[in-house]
Design a protein around this ligand. Structure first.
Ligand code: DP6
Length: 395
């Protein structure tokens, strides 16, 4: 057994505030509109991936969250093929830094998330971003990689950068101009906070890939949104982020989430991602903002019932207490708040009364408190694969 060449990297989750929904090319994963997201901090949510190459490996193999999976998955194959293509190109262009022998070697891939899959958070974005970033390091490929991550999962291209990231839809048929780009780094807006409200879902919702396919085929609202609404919203959102204008950012975020879910309802047959608890969170946010006469908190929802809340640091303790009040957690059900610490405050009777929602015990399982964070990075000495090229027992 020849000692493998091993690299380990981590990559973040991102949450879109202008949503991607609908493809114009299924194979290349080209979207019908641009989108914009905030990269979440990897201290709370990340994927770790180890890639090993060795002359001794017989075939490409992959283990995800402790289980061996099928490497022939077409999107995995696209990413592997594209990285190997770039590596070959560099070698043929005569890059002396490139270890050309490893190009023919098979790879072993091992990947884990630091958050439960059951939390219903989109893990494919962090997963494919991490895979592509790590493969690129192993094969000595540098430069623009979001176009390859995009071919794993559309939203994965935005996880290739930290902070505030736009995915420019592009115009070309070959997708060469459909790439992610950083709008502002994670240090740009330090007061911004993100709360992931993990809602207990009873059923597994329709997946994004098939959901958006049906929407493209049947929803004329989606066509209108992509052509006439998103272009203006992208410009306004970029401006709001640049100016750190929370009220403008929050309003656009909520309106865009609502329009995305409206296109789901306009899909035939309709798709429902929001449940009763999601709807209560929406009411709660609007009543909270109304109480103060300003937009202090915003919600957004992806293809599931979990709410992602944006607010500023100064409002976090009170808003979390409001959530705890209307969605009382199990008293012995483990930690309700995870991630960045949140101090506790008392709520005024007046605030509770103006919100006036009926209480839904255990409607929210727990909250992950986080902020904007950096893009993928290399980590030393935390390999998930051992010197035999197989997952370590602890993985
Ligand atoms: C609602 O990126 O998961 O989260 O490209 O088919 O893999 P595929 O879909 P995916 O879709 C994400 C949809 C969304 C909105 C967003 O993240 O922009």
């Amino acid at each position: 057994m020849e000692k493998p060449n091993v690299v380990t990297c981590t990559a973040p989750v991102n949450i879109a505030v202008i949503k991607y929904w609908g493809k114009r090319n299924e194979e290349l994963i080209l979207p019908i509109n641009s989108s914009l997201s905030v990269t979440l901090h990897q201290d709370q949510l990340k994927t770790t991936t180890t890639v090993a190459t060795s002359r001794s490996f017989q075939e490409d193999r992959i283990w995800l969250n402790g289980k061996e999976e099928d490497i022939t998955h077409p999107r995995l194959q696209s990413c592997l093929r594209e990285i190997r293509r770039l590596a070959r190109k560099r070698r043929n262009d005569g890059d002396p830094a490139l270890d050309s022998t490893s190009l023919s070697h098979k790879v072993h891939i091992c990947s884990v998330n630091n958050f439960p899959t059951a939390a219903g958070l989109a893990s494919s974005a962090a997963g494919f971003a991490c895979l592509v970033y790590t493969l690129a390091r192993v094969f000595g490929v540098e430069g623009e990689l979001s176009g390859i991550a995009r071919q794993g999962s559309g939203s994965a291209c935005r996880s290739m950068y930290g902070g505030f990231v736009q995915w420019i839809m592009g115009q070309k048929d070959d997708g060469k101009d459909s790439l992610a780009q950083q709008v502002e780094p994670e240090t740009h807006w330090p007061e911004l906070r993100i709360l992931v409200l993990v809602v207990s879902a009873e059923r597994k919702p329709v997946g994004s890939t098939s959901g958006m396919q049906t929407s493209v085929q049947t929803s004329c609202l989606l066509k209108h949104r992509a052509e006439s609404v998103v272009p203006g919203r992208m410009r306004e959102m970029i401006e709001a982020v640049r100016r750190k204008d929370f009220a403008a950012f929050a309003e656009l975020t909520m309106k865009d989430s609502n329009q995305f879910h409206a296109t789901c309802l306009d899909t035939y047959p309709p798709i429902f991602y929001l449940n009763r608890v999601s709807q209560q969170v929406i009411s709660l946010v609007h009543r909270y903002n109304k109480h103060y006469g300003e937009t202090r908190v915003a919600y957004t929802f992806d293809a599931g019932p979990n709410a992602v809340i944006f607010t500023l640091q100064q409002h976090v303790p009170e808003f979390v207490q409001v959530v705890r009040h209307f969605f009382p957690p199990e008293t012995n059900g483990g930690q309700f708040i995870r991630g960045l610490p949140v101090s506790s405050v008392a709520l005024s009777e007046e605030l509770k009364q103006t919100i006036g929602l009926e209480s839904t015990p255990k409607g929210i399982s727990y909250i992950i408190s986080t902020k904007a964070g950096p893009g993928p990075c290399v980590v030393e000495d935390q390999h998930l694969l051992g010197s035999d090229g197989l997952p370590k027992k602890t993985v």
